[in-house]
Design a protein around this ligand. Structure first.
Ligand code: ARG
Length: 573
């Protein structure tokens, strides 16, 4: 790839200059090189002299001069000339035919991304709580987590998708009390999740008048922990019904988890873990409870066991983390969980450090912001409750169906519905992925379903448009790639060449929005092309054949990118 070759050329020059000047260049130093913002600055520019200035204690222009003398460009025939520009840029002007040739390289761009990684990556995401509806906060985790999983898979990693269900804790004591007092099996069976939630809410209402319920709940949970048959049966039933609902949503979103081990699965590990922590003198007693001091990390202590000996979210997470590391030796574990658990994960990762678990495993809290409505308010029902995921998806489907019926009134309803579903789900995902994840996102179906930019529909529409040209062109002639010499063609090829860097950076920085925005700008360029270059009317048939090769390449990359984001490319829209 020309960009990689340019990078080598600069690297070699830098090496020579460094030997001469004894600069202290850091080991994993990245050569900066980007597409030039304007024709006058060539095709690619590097800010290397500016960056080196501090290390070299010299002016950027002097450094640029020196580097220029070290560049041996005769080995790189595709470089036409190199210029220096103030305040310290190196600008590279390439030969005219350099870009068309790259079409051949682009064919293998996706497979060239895959490299071998001996250790897997665990992506933990979604992780809803059972006996409650999955709410819109879990949507962000689900979408971001799945995209990170796909990004790392594209880079050749073995990815383990882990759904850490919230299926244990004192709340199940409350639910069991509520069920025993007011629940009716038949009624719950009709609409399990909603009715279980109602029972749970009723418990809290009644609690205001009857504080003794709290103690009852603690006892029921203790019984559950001790393996009481009735309570265990009830809990298993709540879990089974919840999973059924969750799976419906995952199926709709096209997501499949490898592991569904939740909090309850780590319950048996807790006592031995607490014993070990005691033996190692890592935990202390504090007013009857056990705590893990984290002063050395400037963090509040983590509660390991409550006064009533009940186990905790933290302790289960720690046991789970130890299990993951011992069993999988992962390169990374990504926890895709909202901003509000930031302190918690700092504590958890510090505990891992104290325990001296595998230092080669990198632990990351992948946080994200809230979902707001079109008026910038927290997205909730009129009663102030979080909107469930099911409600959101249903509204999206309704809105998208209305648009499709308008566009294709003659289509059978089944076909309209199929398309509406693909479009609505794509919009849901893209809306979540297009801005950096720690930002709050706005939920506005009108904008999300717009055909005119900043949306997944726009990408789908662009993809369909290119495909229309490809399918209409009858190609019998040999393509002459070098005839792809228009400025816009160059721009598009140059953009397509960025795909590799973008995918790598999106994965390494846990930033799918980079890929999302890249695809939007690629779609802009392709729409310009569609409007400005009438491929099907091109008289030079060798050039037309080349244009089709070019469009096919662009379509393949657009498709790959969309698929990483979970958006279905459409041949017709
Ligand atoms: N179940 C939790 C919730 O809904 C999220 C779990 C996050 N993951 C973890 N390892 N603690 O808030």
């Amino acid at each position: 790839m020309i960009k990689e070759q340019l990078e080598n050329l600069i690297k070699n020059a830098l090496k020579e200059a460094t030997q001469e000047k004894h600069w202290a260049i850091p080991k994993d130093f990245d050569i900066p090189i980007t597409i030039s913002p304007h024709k006058n600055f060539g095709d690619y520019s590097s800010t290397l002299p500016l960056i080196l200035s501090k290390i070299a204690k010299d002016s950027p222009m002097n450094i640029a001069q020196l580097l220029l003398t070290k560049i041996t460009k005769d080995k790189y025939q595709f470089v036409e000339k190199i210029e220096i520009a103030s305040p310290g840029y190196l600008n590279f002007f390439l030969q005219k035919n350099a870009f068309p040739q790259e079409i051949l390289v682009l064919k293998n761009i996706v497979s060239s991304l895959k490299t071998f990684h001996p250790r897997p990556i665990i992506v933990e995401y979604s992780s809803p709580n059972i006996a409650k509806p999955m709410h819109i906060g879990h949507l962000r985790s689900t979408i971001i987590g799945e995209t990170l999983a796909k990004l790392y898979e594209t880079l050749g990693y073995h990815v383990i998708r882990w759904n850490y269900l919230g299926d244990w804790g004192t709340q199940f004591g409350k639910l069991i009390v509520a069920y025993k007092l007011w629940g009716k099996q038949q009624e719950i069976q009709k609409n399990p999740i909603d009715n279980l939630l109602k029972l749970y809410q009723k418990f809290h209402q009644e609690l205001k008048q009857k504080p003794e319920l709290e103690k009852l709940a603690q006892e029921e949970f203790k019984k559950l922990e001790a393996g009481d048959k009735t309570n265990k049966r009830l809990w298993l039933w709540f879990k089974k019904e919840s999973l059924k609902e969750f799976l419906k949503i995952y199926n709709l979103l096209g997501i499949k988890f490898d592991i569904l081990k939740g909090e309850s699965d780590f319950e048996p590990d807790l006592l031995p873990l607490i014993e070990e922590l005691k033996k190692k003198k890592l935990i202390q007693e504090s007013q009857g409870a056990l705590i893990l001091p984290l002063d050395e990390f400037n963090l509040p202590p983590a509660l390991i066991q409550k006064t009533d000996k009940a186990s905790l979210y933290f302790t289960r997470d720690l046991a789970n983390l130890i299990y993951r590391i011992k069993k999988y030796h992962p390169e990374k574990i990504l926890y895709v969980v909202g901003n509000e658990q930031s302190l918690y994960f700092k504590q958890l990762f510090s505990a891992a450090q104290i325990l001296n678990l595998d230092p080669l495993t990198q632990l990351e809290h992948i946080k994200f912001g809230l979902i707001l409505d079109a008026h910038n308010k927290k997205f909730s029902t009129r009663e102030g409750e979080l909107i469930t995921l099911k409600e959101v998806i249903d509204t999206g489907l309704k809105n998208s169906l209305a648009i499709i019926r308008d566009k294709h009134p003659q289509w059978p309803l089944k076909k309209q519905k199929q398309l509406a579903q693909i479009i609505a789900l794509g919009a849901l995902k893209f809306n979540d992925l297009k801005s950096f994840r720690t930002q709050n996102i706005i939920f506005d179906w009108q904008q999300m379903l717009s055909f005119k930019g900043n949306s997944s529909v726009y990408l789908q529409y662009t993809y369909a448009r290119i495909n229309k040209i490809i399918s209409r062109a009858k190609i019998i002639q040999k393509p002459k790639i070098e005839l792809l010499n228009k400025e816009l063609e160059k721009n598009i090829i140059q953009n397509l060449l960025e795909f590799k860097d973008i995918v790598q950076k999106s994965a390494h920085d846990y930033a799918p929005h980079l890929l999302a925005n890249y695809l939007l700008s690629l779609a802009d360029l392709l729409n310009n092309y569609y409007e400005e270059v009438p491929v099907l009317k091109e008289l030079n048939i060798n050039r037309r054949a080349a244009q089709i090769v070019f469009l096919k390449t662009a379509a393949t990359i657009l498709k790959q990118g969309m698929e990483i984001l979970g958006i279905t490319p459409l041949k017709e829209i």
